[in-house]
Design a protein around this ligand. Structure first.
Ligand SMILES: [Zn+2]
Length: 89
């Protein structure tokens, strides 16, 4: 069984868990949280790695975008997440 870290997170996975997407600009550190559901409707069940190419920084125009689930905004703590070895399907 592979570890969770190598399994790509998909938009559908976020939508099911009502998690938002946290968007970070590597160039200027601008960041914001966006809801996953409208993105899922628009782009389908894309992985975050695929999706980041769709984003551009609103502040500096940079395309070095980092995406991750907004664990903290959803009230998931680091400790809780680390107890689960793999992402639930
Ligand atoms: Zn930026």
């Amino acid at each position: 069984m592979r570890k969770a870290s190598v399994k790509p997170v998909r938009l559908g996975w976020l939508v099911e868990r009502r998690l938002n997407l946290w968007v970070w600009c590597e160039s200027c550190s601008h960041n914001k949280t966006v809801p996953a559901a409208p993105l899922h409707e628009k782009y389908g069940d894309a992985t975050l790695a695929e999706l980041k190419h769709k984003f551009r920084c609103a502040q500096c125009g940079g395309r070095e975008i980092f995406l991750r689930p907004d664990w903290h905004g959803a009230g998931w703590t680091r400790g809780v997440v680390s107890k689960h070895d793999k992402m639930p399907e």
